[in-house]
Design a protein around this ligand. Structure first.
Ligand code: HEC
Ligand code: HEC
Length: 313
């Protein structure tokens, strides 16, 4: 508040308070010229007339006390323009205090899990429940409420990991985020293998998860050398992928961007760019650990009491 406004508000408040006090004082006493109450012949409720002053003492006293309370209140909480008040109360201050208390409570809830390894957390039902609720709040918008994923957002409930499924890899993914970059290869491939090169490579890529389809597959056979010329650098000679780059295993039949011929063709010709945002700062160390443990537990069910599933790569 600028000091001009501040003085204006102060003047208004002081004028109001002084006015109330004066009015009270002015009307409380009988004055020499006042007619006697009986002379007016106006009666209400039996005994109330005009000019029957002074008003009851308790009523006047109550009014003065209220004014005194108002003045004290203004000085303590700072209702006078820009004046801060002797109590130094502010809504920001109160909020900061409440937030500090809530943070401390939260800290206490999670303190027991601080620094614990993911498999230990995954095996602890309370920790898993906390992780599940963090997941619902923070991750479900992208990965789905049951972590099943969607086109462009990986399924986290299976045991397929583009960035590695070891506990420390999953934690790293959550804390630091991941950027998957599949460059566009359309132009490069047509330059190497002619106008149908992308179709050849697509057919070959599709055959990787379905070896039956490779037999007598003219398109795929054309695509193989192109794949070996370009794609092996990231996806490997057998198409098993590379978790350092987030390059997916092309042999497992799981397609983050869809498994139709068009979707695969689109991935190859125009590239893909998946971005998993870093969550370390948002969640803090222990909550990131809890949610990572929850995600890890979905594909490592031993700790869950469910049947163990095939290992991850
Ligand atoms: C520079 C490394 C690199 C090269 C070279 C590369 N890829 Fe990729 N590829 C990736 C990465 C990383 C992803 C994952 C992109 C993402 O997560 O958004 C990917 C994704 C894909 C996908 C989508 C998979 C899915 O689950 O939907 C297909 C299909 C694919 N690549 C095929 C190929 C083919 C065919 C070639 C060769 C023409 C190739 N890639 C070359 C790194 C590469
Ligand atoms: C804004 C959307 C978004 C949010 C929010 C998000 N993710 Fe992701 N996440 C992605 C995308 C996209 C990828 C795929 C990155 C790539 O292209 O490889 C991914 C990848 C991952 C992976 C790697 C999967 C693999 O196959 O290796 C894990 C683990 C993961 N997310 C966990 C989480 C957790 C836990 C949270 C919540 C704390 C979360 N994500 C929040 C979009 C999101």
């Amino acid at each position: 508040m600028s000091s001009g406004w501040s003085w204006y508000v102060i003047a208004l408040v002081v004028f109001n308070l002084a006015g109330c006090t004066w009015l009270l004082w002015w009307t409380a006493k009988r004055r020499p010229g006042d007619p006697r109450p009986e002379d007016t012949s106006h009666y209400w409720d039996g005994d109330i007339t005009e000019f029957n002053k002074p008003m009851p003492r308790w009523w006047i006293l109550g009014f003065y006390i209220a004014i005194a309370f108002g003045v004290a209140y203004l000085f303590w909480f700072g209702g006078l323009g820009g004046y801060q008040g002797m109590g130094r109360w502010s809504s920001q201050g109160e909020h900061a205090q409440a937030k500090a208390a809530a943070d401390a409570r939260l800290e206490q809830t999670f303190a027991a899990y601080k620094g614990q390894p993911l498999p230990a957390l995954a095996g602890n039902p309370q920790a898993r429940e906390l992780g599940r609720s963090i997941f619902a709040n923070t991750c479900a918008t992208c990965h789905g409420s049951s972590a099943q994923g969607a086109t462009g957002y990986p399924n986290l409930s299976d045991d397929i990991w583009h960035w590695g499924g070891a506990p420390e890899r999953v934690l790293e993914t959550v804390v630091d985020g991941r950027e998957g970059v599949m460059p566009p290869w359309g132009t490069v491939l047509t330059g190497m293998g002619g106008p149908n090169a992308v179709d050849y490579v697509s057919a070959y890529v599709r055959s990787l998860s379905n070896p039956e389809a490779m037999r007598n597959n003219f398109l795929a056979a054309q695509g193989k050398p192109l794949y070996e010329g370009v794609c092996v650098a990231c996806h490997g000679i057998e198409g098993k992928g590379n978790p350092e780059l987030g390059a997916p295993d092309l042999t497992d039949g799981y397609w983050m961007y869809g498994g139709s011929s068009e979707a695969i063709r689109e991935s190859i010709a125009n590239g893909r760019k998946g971005s998993m945002p870093a969550h370390g700062e948002l969640l803090g160390e222990t909550r990131a650990r809890l949610v990572a443990a929850y995600v890890w537990s979905l594909s490592n069910r031993k700790g869950n009491g469910a049947a163990p599933r095939a290992g991850s790569h």
